[in-house]
Design a binder for this molecule. Structure first.
Ligand code: ADP
Length: 701
């Protein structure tokens, strides 16, 4: 929909001829879609990891930037400019993240006579630094969260100022974003280590290790106000987005309007946000971010301004009917907004859920894998912004957000119900995602009631983050293995299909015993008597049931248990079988009786109650710090090493007292579940222990 009310039947002319999108993933696809609609030629850029990615396929033309590492591709201003010049680009849209708030890119565009789809350099510079932004905004009379306001404070100076700020306090990278490097500090003795870790993350994530301290508000609400400004002095706001549902200080579910903001508060917040935008001569789309304490929801404090399109902009588009990317482009071309505050109407309610490649049951650590099966929802009021396709490799090089599922409804309850239904018809097999967690979150009574704050997820973590459950997944995996065993040759012949002609030929009268294990170590014994298309099946000690697995296509099957039929998605990558149903997906490993016995024996050899002496990487990433050396005596809980992925650090500690043997070095790239260290408990014969388990023999199915 165009933002400019149509006065004639002729559509407005496109603001540019060719626009380069300096980004990847879902946001690059989303920007390209608007370019398409406006008749603008689109240029994608890509790294070597993304040569076959959806944004590359969607664009009219695509230019390689460089190797996979962001520094050598999506963050390389010169490479982006070369691509722009080589393709006759008139404007560069930076999306979010990467170079979206980079004064260097804005300057380079200006020098090359190319429009930068973003605010003037001055606004980028003032708002790009939280310390400077807060000082600036405070001068225009908008309240800010109390904390340090001076730039360039050393660790000693910050320690000295901490008592004034008061505990608990928050250590924040001044150049920060995405919650990276932020650490809550509850007592003075925790501060030095928190400062060191935050500086390390800030330097590597933002190239700037400046830090500030802020009073830590207890479980606040987080509200973002969308503003739009043109180069002719017009500034409007498009209402607020409630962004309080967060994990790791990063948003997970957002909605517009906020369930707690009434029309009066909205007008007040909007005016404050427009004042912030005016104070830096803002042009384009931006978001003013505010926090309010739960006890005083009307009193909002400024925390920062995001000088770009935000991840959660779709909820605003769904309730205003505006296309923010089109408006960004028109304003960047010098057109007037053509929109007054009175023209902005919020209709109904919209909620968005971010689909991340992460495992909520493992502290939301990033996951990795190749997408084997993908179902994305559609339907009334449902919007999907995705950068995924079957075959996409998800790894630790780029952000873990894969896609966004949003739903609009005439009221909040309808929007939430539609979102839940949309998530239930989302399937991603091959990489663990947070979809089951999102479904539990949007169904949570406090979320339904609109009682939101940034601590909600943490408070209800046990309930929300339990491992995904797919009813009868073990049955599906075992029946599938039965079918595979029965006809390996025929299966190989029908290449491309995961199914072969079914049949039970060997040992017709003996049940096959499959032991199915899931990622959380749950084991199910499944005895299958008969072929997969008509079997008697016994799960553990339960009475036998009649079950049937009927292939529908290469990755879909119908599971019939007695008279109940369920459609499931199934795919295999090597030894792992993925089973998906109702928005949940589980990865299972099917073993024969002998392998299962060997695995059980290895486990039983460990003394009863003893901790696992093997320390594994909880996520794919890079070893950034090693605190001990091979041969050191360590005690349970002592820090051993730190793994980082996507600028998130995870510290691994000793599982038991003993002598440590390191199996990783600083700067090593490590896989999920790779063995990083082994501890030989005191009193055992070191040489008698198997400390050489190869990395690929992880426990992950
Ligand atoms: P980033 O730019 O890294 O996203 P923000 O400053 O926007 O960091 O903060 C991200 C989130 O961290 C907020 O939404 C909130 O949950 C939490 N947060 C930030 N500042 C505070 C604070 N002073 N007190 C409590 N929580 C805070």
């Amino acid at each position: 929909m165009t933002a400019v009310p149509a006065t004639t039947s002729a559509p407005p002319a496109p603001p540019f001829r060719t626009v380069l999108v300096a980004n990847r993933g879902e946001i690059a696809c989303r920007v390209i879609r608007t370019l398409r609609r406006l008749g603008i030629r689109s240029v994608a850029v890509f790294s070597d990891a993304d040569s076959g990615a959806p944004h590359v396929r969607l664009a009219d033309v695509a230019v390689r930037l460089g190797p996979a590492e962001p520094q050598a591709s999506y963050l390389d201003v010169d490479a982006v400019l070369r691509a722009a010049k080589a393709t006759g680009t008139d404007a560069v849209h930076p999306g979010y993240g990467f170079l979206s708030e980079s004064p260097a890119l804005a300057r380079a565009c200006a020098a090359a006579g190319i429009a930068f789809v973003g605010p003037p350099v001055h606004a980028l510079e003032v708002m790009g630094d939280k310390i400077g932004a807060k000082a600036h905004v405070a001068r225009s009379g908008v309240p800010v969260v109390p904390g340090t306001a001076e730039p360039g404070l050393s660790d000693d100076a910050l320690v000295a100022r901490a008592a004034d700020v008061g505990y608990p306090l928050l250590v924040k990278p001044s150049a920060g974003g995405g919650g990276k490097g932020m650490t809550v500090v509850r007592t003075p003795d925790e501060l030095p280590a928190a400062l060191a870790a935050a500086r390390r993350v800030a330097a590597s994530a933002f190239g700037d290790d400046a830090l500030l301290l802020e009073r830590y508000l207890a479980a606040p609400r987080h509200i973002g106000v969308q503003v739009l400004a043109d180069a002719h002095g017009a500034v409007v706001h498009l209402g607020e987005r409630e962004c309080s549902l967060q994990r790791r200080h990063q948003k997970v579910v957002e909605e517009s309007p906020s369930p707690v903001v009434d029309a009066r508060t909205r007008a007040r917040l909007g005016e404050a946000a427009c004042a912030v935008a005016r104070s830096v001569g803002y042009v384009g789309a931006g978001t003013v971010e505010l926090l309010a304490e739960a006890a005083a929801p009307e009193d909002f404090f400024f925390i920062e301004m995001n000088t770009r399109l935000q991840v959660e902009h779709p909820v605003t588009e769904l309730v205003t009917g505006l296309d923010l990317v089109e408006l960004q482009l028109r304003v960047a071309a010098g057109e007037p907004l053509g929109l007054t505050q009175d023209d902005v109407r919020l209709t109904g309610h919209a909620v968005e859920a971010r689909v991340y490649a992460e495992d909520p049951a493992r502290a939301f650590l990033p996951t990795a894998g190749q997408v084997l099966v993908l179902d994305e929802p559609a339907g009334d009021g449902v919007r999907v912004d995705s950068g995924l396709s079957v075959g996409s490799e998800v790894g630790s090089t780029y952000d873990a957000m894969l896609s966004k599922v949003a739903a609009w409804g005439p009221d909040r309850a309808t929007a939430l119900a539609r979102l839940d239904a949309a998530l239930a018809s989302t399937t991603v097999l091959g990489v663990t995602t947070n979809v089951p967690f999102l479904r539990r979150l949007v169904a949570h009574p406090e979320v339904r009631a609109g009682r939101l704050d940034t601590g909600l997820i943490e408070r209800h973590l046990d309930q929300l983050a339990a491992p995904a459950h797919v009813p009868d997944a073990a049955l599906v995996a075992a029946l599938r293995a039965t079918a595979d065993r029965a006809a390996p040759a025929a299966r190989a012949a029908s290449a491309g299909s995961a199914w072969g002609p079914d049949g039970w030929r060997l040992g017709e009268h003996l049940p096959t015993l499959h032991v199915v294990t899931s990622a959380d170590g749950e084991r199910t014994e499944v005895a299958v008597l008969g072929p997969a298309h008509d079997a008697q099946v016994r799960l553990d000690d339960a009475p036998p049931v009649r079950a049937r697995l009927t292939p529908v296509d290469g990755t879909t099957a119908q599971l019939t248990v007695e008279s109940v039929v369920r459609t499931v998605r199934v795919a295999s990558d090597g030894a792992t079988t993925w089973v998906g149903h109702d928005g949940s997906a589980v990865a299972l490993r099917v073993m024969g009786r002998l392998d299962a016995l060997a695995a059980a024996r290895a486990r039983d050899d460990r003394p009863a109650g003893a901790a696992d002496p093997v320390v594994r990487s909880p996520m794919p990433g890079t070893v950034v710090a090693v605190d001990v050396a091979t041969g050191d005596h360590v005690t349970a809980g002592q820090p051993l090493l730190t793994v980082e992925a996507m600028k998130m650090e995870h510290r691994l500690t000793a599982t038991t007292d003993g002598v440590v043997t390191l199996q990783a070095r600083p700067a090593d790239r490590v896989a999920l579940d790779q063995v990083l260290a082994t501890i030989t408990p005191h009193g055992t014969d070191r040489t008698g222990q198997d400390t050489t388990a190869p990395a690929e023999e992880g426990t992950r199915p």
